[in-house]
Design a binder for this molecule. Structure first.
Ligand code: NAD
Ligand code: TYD
Length: 337
């Protein structure tokens, strides 16, 4: 492969993936198309900004003209990370999710078809399967999303599937579990709780705090996506799950312990409506492509906490905007108790 378009490359996983590609493959050219929503941040890629094999274009995946112009330059693959991604925001205001996660995906698929691009990877989520009490979801599990976010992602996935079945478009879907690591926007639980704890602010746990997520280090996900990009089979879905399943309260306590803060900062708050209890993925299929996740969650979490301690300027710039959203969300959930 010589040239890849990464969409949503200024966000959390996308920026880690762009960096992974540019630093791993010395011949590869990477174009990053990103709308720069509240979650997009060019500071995430400051270190590679001057690299001649990397180029940033500001734009919406829903803008056919921009996407066609880039496709006209000749692309070997598109990897689509662009999405609205936060469940709480989708509950408060779903429209942008439907526009980007479904309609934006449709535009990309049309362009892949028209320009005969040989590989399209749709970055999706375990949340499309819904919640599971026991066992783990395989790629054959039925789709049963419970939030406007996960249903929009599921809508995108179904369009991707239909393009393979109907037009033979060379598409693949990856569904990963919850990611964590550097450059994650501090609205998601791990960076939100780290930054709250640093400021001696409360860590708001929804419900009883015992919801379970299947945690995956972000670079592990990048390595898995790369394996799928190079060795995956058209028309297939690949689950990418981390090695551990952890209750939210355990994560919160681990963050407080590492930062030397009191558990008095824990606060149980009104549950998120439609809150999925547990996610768990069976990743045996992607492991057959030669991938395996890191097994040391404690170390990876501690490294992430250190990263936030050492990159205070990065998140302090963002956090001001985040404050008004947090208080709006809390009062909205309370009124629906
Ligand atoms: P993020 O919110 O950090 O970043 C999303 C990026 O997409 C931002 O840079 C934003 O500006 C960009 N974007 C949004 N709408 C766009 C549009 N219309 N056109 C172009 N760019 C647009 O998200 P993330 O956590 O990095 O997630 C990336 C992908 O991975 C998403 O598709 C998400 O559904 C999926 N995913 C995330 C997780 C996770 O734990 N973060 C887990 C599984 C799957
Ligand atoms: P989140 O990081 O929003 O990811 P997702 O909902 O996509 O899994 O949330 C992870 C878990 O943490 C989820 O069970 C909800 C919970 N959570 C809280 O308890 N409090 C919070 O303030 C946030 C943001 C999440």
């Amino acid at each position: 492969m010589k040239k890849i378009l990464v969409t949503g490359g200024a966000g959390f996983i996308g920026s880690n993936f762009v960096r992974y590609l540019v630093t791993t493959y010395p011949e590869l050219e990477v174009v990053n198309l990103d709308k720069l929503t509240y979650a997009g941040n060019l500071d995430n890629l400051k270190d590679i900004n001057e690299n001649p094999r990397y180029r940033f274009i500001k734009g919406d995946i829903g803008n056919k003209n921009i996407v066609e112009k880039l496709a006209g330059e000749g692309l070997d693959a598109i990897v689509n990370f662009a999405a609205e991604t936060h469940v709480d925001r989708s509950i408060l205001d779903p429209e942008a999710f439907i526009k980007t996660d479904i309609m934006g995906t449709h535009i990309l698929l049309e362009v892949v078809r028209k320009f005969n691009i040989k590989r399209y990877i749709q970055i999706s989520t375990d949340e499309v399967y819904g919640s599971i009490a026991k066992g783990s979801f395989t790629e054959k599990s039925p789709i049963a999303p419970n939030s406007p976010y996960s249903s929009s992602k599921a809508g995108g996935d179904l369009l991707v599937r239909s393009y393979f079945k109907t037009y033979g478009t060379p598409v693949i879907i990856t569904r990963s579990s919850n990611n964590f690591g550097p450059y994650q926007y501090p609205e998601k639980i791990i960076p939100f709780f780290i930054t709250q704890a640093i400021y001696d602010q409360k860590l708001p746990l929804y419900g009883d705090g015992k919801n379970v997520r299947n945690w995956l280090q972000v670079v592990d996900n990048c390595r898995a996506i790369d394996a799928v990009l190079r060795r995956g089979k058209d028309g297939e879905v690949y689950n990418i799950g981390g090695a551990v399943e952890v209750e939210n309260i355990k994560i919160a306590k681990a963050i407080l312990r590492k930062l030397g803060k009191s558990t008095d900062l824990l606060k149980f708050v009104t549950d998120r409506p439609g809150h999925d209890r547990r996610y768990s993925l069976d990743s045996s299929k992607v492991k057959k492509l030669g991938w395996k996740p890191s097994l040391d969650f404690e170390k990876d979490l501690n490294d992430t906490i250190d990263w936030y301690i050492n990159h205070r300027k990065w998140w302090e710039k963002i956090i001001k905007k985040q404050k008004s959203f947090q208080s709006f969300k809390e009062s909205w959930y309370k009124t629906r108790q």
